[in-house]
Design a protein around this ligand. Sequence first.
Ligand SMILES: [Zn+2]
Length: 268
Amino acid sequence: MAVKIDQKIKGYAVVTPEDKAKDAAVKAEAVARTVVEAQLPTADVIQMHERIERPEILIGSTYKIKSPLFEHALYVTINDIVLNAGSEHEQRRPFEIFINSKNMDHFQWIVALTRIMSAVFRKGGDVTFLVDEMKAVFDPKGGYFKAGGVYMPSLVAELGSIVEDHLKSIGLMHDPEKSDAQRAMIAEKRAAYAALTSKKNSDVSASADLFPSPKVRDDERVEDLEVTGDGGVSFPPSATMCHKCSAKALVIMDGCATCLNCGYSKCG
Ligand SMILES: [Zn+2]
């Protein structure tokens, strides 16, 4: 490249291989920076932050809690905001939570809790930590079983599980995927238990033929599978609570406590 020099030369230096290497490094850095900038979300994507104004209308869901600890039902409403509606960055996020009940005994604590939760929702960022924090609250007077046989260690924990259900329903939380091996293991245990109970029932009738007296009523021994799980899964009514997944699905198989819901087994 020819350069016309129209000023006096005051000094000069010869370009060394080190200079060339330095030059190449600077250029590479500039290229890397433009690549990173291109990957960053553009400024017009709205993220959740506390200055977002509440729209006039919000969509939401109301959940009912019927706890033996409370005489009246609690109604939990979680309203959501939709950010970047219609774009590829569309995201539905919780915006506020309210709890209503006829029972006003603990109202000041409920109002305080829901206001702080709403503030956390509006701060933006990851709000799923609320679920873990709330589900880890234990009532010193003891928890209770909610419909479906799931153990709730406290009312706050049930609130946490409602927030979890809600975040799952709007796609902010996902169930941990069970591996194929895990699924196969659970299916195998359920099948083994079903085989065990049907064998026991047929044994009863066979032995009744051999030893006619005393007469044992068959229906006392027969244990039908009953729908108790949330997802319509059947667990025997005699099943006890599993400490791993909190479902009433723990049965004794071959002298060993085994969970028909998550596959947990005391004997490994
Ligand atoms: Zn379990």
